[in-house]
Write a protein that binds this ligand. Sequence first.
Ligand code: FES
Ligand SMILES: [Fe+2]
Length: 394
Amino acid sequence: MELATALRGQTVQNKIREVGINPNYWYPVGWSDRFQPNKIVPVVIWHQAIAVYRDAEGHLHALENACPHRGVELHKGKVHGTHLACPYHGWEFSGSTGECVNIPYLPKTQKLPCAQARTFPIQEKYGLVWVFPGDRALSDLQPLPEAREFEDPDWLMVPVTAHFKAHFSICNENAMDVFHGFLHEDLQGWFDPVLTDLKETESMVRAEYQVSYKGHMAKFLGLTDRADQVTTLPIAIQYSYPHYATSLQGISALYLMRLPISPVESRSFALFFFKVRLPKWVLRSLRPILSWAIPKFLLQRFLDQDVDMMESEQQTYLKNPRRRYVEINPAIIALQRLIVRQYEQFSQQPGGSPSSHRPTGSQSSEDAPSAGDLPQAENLPAVKSEQAVGGVTR
Ligand code: FES
Ligand SMILES: [Fe+2]
């Protein structure tokens, strides 16, 4: 569906800061090198604690991080072959089925009790480990995001990890929000953004903006030929629930793989691709140093500024979840609508249990203020809403 691109004030419905995830997608849990053979790594995908390990043969396994015997966290245990042994009494669980396959003190003649840890589909791609926390029958139907540049040696990939003390909606709005170039002014980010096109489907929002660049950073990134020259380029930002793909006209591509952890904590694993204008042999030898230096000296400065804003936004929200906010970018409103819709669709499915995926933070989505539950007059934003409490409704 094509949406209007005009900027106009709309009130944000606060339940966007309280919704859970639709778990029927693949979520990244860490870079591959974090998962060394025979090491068990605890990860969390929206309240779901999972013990991930790689066996000696290199195969990955993901089990619920709670022993079926007494609930001890399995990541404190040991890898025995392809099995995971709990640290407390040594019960062993199969990495593929989660079934208890050995209890060291049970006589061999006796039958094992019926005890099974939940297992999760797991795979590795783009240097990341991915887990499917939802209905395992759907895992084969749901593809991973496509990052074509990953296999192409002409692109330099820079991995960047980010940790936000903020709800995933706040982080996702930051990535869709090209109008915050103001924040990065001192880093010579970008200026004069214009939203030129906006589309929305059941699971995707795609916005196209026109953005201008100038300065040494733009020259380094190949956006302009000279630092004092202004270049205006189209940029496409696509949120395909629950991850991002952004493309800047064959110059760079950015994939933001998101990991929502709790209502106030999220992680992001970014694959940043640059088309570097260097001979291939030079690029090959410079690749390790560029992959280290670009995030450290360039991207991290942008990221730090963004993190500061996102965490500030979250903190103010928590102090008064009833305060109303106003947005004028229709791309943000469409994104919020999608995030709420995905959660509600999952919650309403047979077997979609919102209770196990529901936020346990300050307030549940069901408790979010209704239209009649208005904030204090002094907290109302200065801009008058054109669509009462319409931020996340169609
Ligand atoms: S608690 Fe895990 S074996 Fe007893
Ligand atoms: Fe930013």
